[in-house]
Structure formats: C-alpha cells, structure tokens
Design a protein around this ligand. Structure first.
Ligand SMILES: Nc1ncnc2c1ncn2[C@@H]1O[C@H](COP(=O)(O)OP(=O)(O)O)[C@@H](O)[C@H]1O
Ligand SMILES: [Mg+2]
Length: 200
C-alpha cells in the first residue's frame, strides 16, 4: 500500500497532510524537500520513519510520498503511477486549485483512487471548490474538508499527527467541534478500506 500526495503548487497542505497520515497509518514518510518532518527535536528525529530522498527512486510498501514538485523527474511520476491512492490537497488559492486539477489530470489516469483534501476553508467555500474541481476532471474523486484549524500548527511544531493531538485532549471544544478530527478520520478510513480491499 503506497500513498502519493501531490499538487503542483506549494503551501497547500501537502506536508502537513502526508506527514500526519504517515504517522497515523504507521507508514514511512518520504519527501524530496527538507521540511519539519525531517527535523530533529532534542537530538532525536521527529519521526523515526521519515526520510529525505531527493530522487525518490524507489517504491516502498507502507509509505507516504510527499511530492514537493515532480515536473522534471520521471521517477517521481513513476511512483505516483504505482501508488494505491493519490491524495491531492488544496486551499482556496487559485493556483492551488489549478495545481490540484493538473495533478489529478496528469496522474489520475494511472490511479485507481483519488482523494482531494480541501484545507483551511469554510464549508460553503469547500462546496464551491469541490464543484469546480469535479467540473474540470473526468475521474471519480473522494473529497475531504479539513477546515481552518490551529491544530495544523502543532503538527509542524511538535511533529504530532492529527490523531495523536486528538488523544492529548489539549484543545478546547471549539477546535474539536470544528470537525477537523472527524473529517480527517474519514480520509484515514478511506485509506484503510483501500488497504483492506487490496489485502483480499
Ligand atoms: N487545516 C489547516 N488549517 C490551517 N492551516 C493549515 C491547515 N493545514 C495546513 N495548514 C498550514 O498551511 C501551511 C502550508 O502547509 P504545508 O503542509 O507546509 O504545505 P505544502 O507542503 O503543500 O507546502 C502550514 O503553515 C500549515 O501549518
Ligand atoms: Mg511541503
């Protein structure tokens, strides 16, 4: 089971989403860009199964690939094609939405499962962005809405996943009630169901 996370645009939640998913699935995390997930905290790696790989040549089972750019790297494209699910995050940024559509249309024909994760927007805007992405792609898409949340900050700062942060119960009701954990869990369930199907 291999998970690819991609968008042509940066700053759309790729690393936050892919890192958190890797931790919650107990998968490896591989990125071709040095970011918070590859950092050390008090001399220890923030996540022991996180790796930096500039080339991203090899396909590993039980791994989440955080693609910070893939244009000039055919090997990266190869991994995306071999993945069991392609996850495409976007914000309301117009270039992020365009980047999501190109990721879906360029890589989607090779992927059996595509999930679009729209982050950092209110519900009505989520619905609008969802419609415009559906209109511009010919594939069946699974959508997740991760609203604006301060929790995302702690993923980067402390190297913790959404589910680890949920367990800590250090957030006020407002944060938990905004549905972030619930929405994120639907994405986790989707991945788990693909994995179960594959195992059959
Ligand atoms: N649901 C969210 N709500 C608010 N901010 C978010 C959310 N998800 C991610 N972010 C923030 O958005 C910024 C960009 O995210 P990042 O995962 O680094 O994007 P990318 O890897 O695509 O460049 C980060 O500062 C991150 O903390
Ligand atoms: Mg990133």
């Amino acid at each position: 089971m291999t998970v690819a996370v991609a968008n042509r645009k940066g700053g759309v939640g790729k690393s936050t989403t892919s890192y958190s998913l890797a931790v919650d699935l107990g998968y490896g995390y591989i990125s071709n860009q040095k970011n918070f997930a590859l950092e050390k905290k008090q001399g220890k790696p923030i996540y022991e199964f996180a790796r930096y790989d500039e080339e991203m040549e090899d396909i590993y089972e039980r791994c989440v690939y955080d693609f910070a750019g893939w244009e000039n790297n055919p090997k990266v494209l190869h991994i995306a094609k071999e993945s069991d699910i392609l996850i495409v995050p976007t914000t309301d940024d117009i270039d992020g939405i365009k980047g999501a559509i190109s990721a879906i249309n360029e890589l989607g024909q090779h992927c059996k499962n595509i999930a679009v994760v729209i982050i950092n927007v209110p519900r009505d805007e989520f619905n609008e962005i969802k419609k415009s992405i559906e209109k511009n792609s010919k594939f069946e898409l699974h959508f997740t809405h991760i609203p604006n949340t301060k929790i995302a900050r702690y993923i980067k700062k402390d190297g913790k996943s959404y589910m680890q942060l949920k367990k800590e119960k250090r957030f006020t009701n407002w944060w938990t009630d905004s549905g972030v954990f619930r929405e994120y869990e639907t994405l986790l369930k989707k991945i788990n169901s693909i994995q179960e199907e594959k195992g059959k």
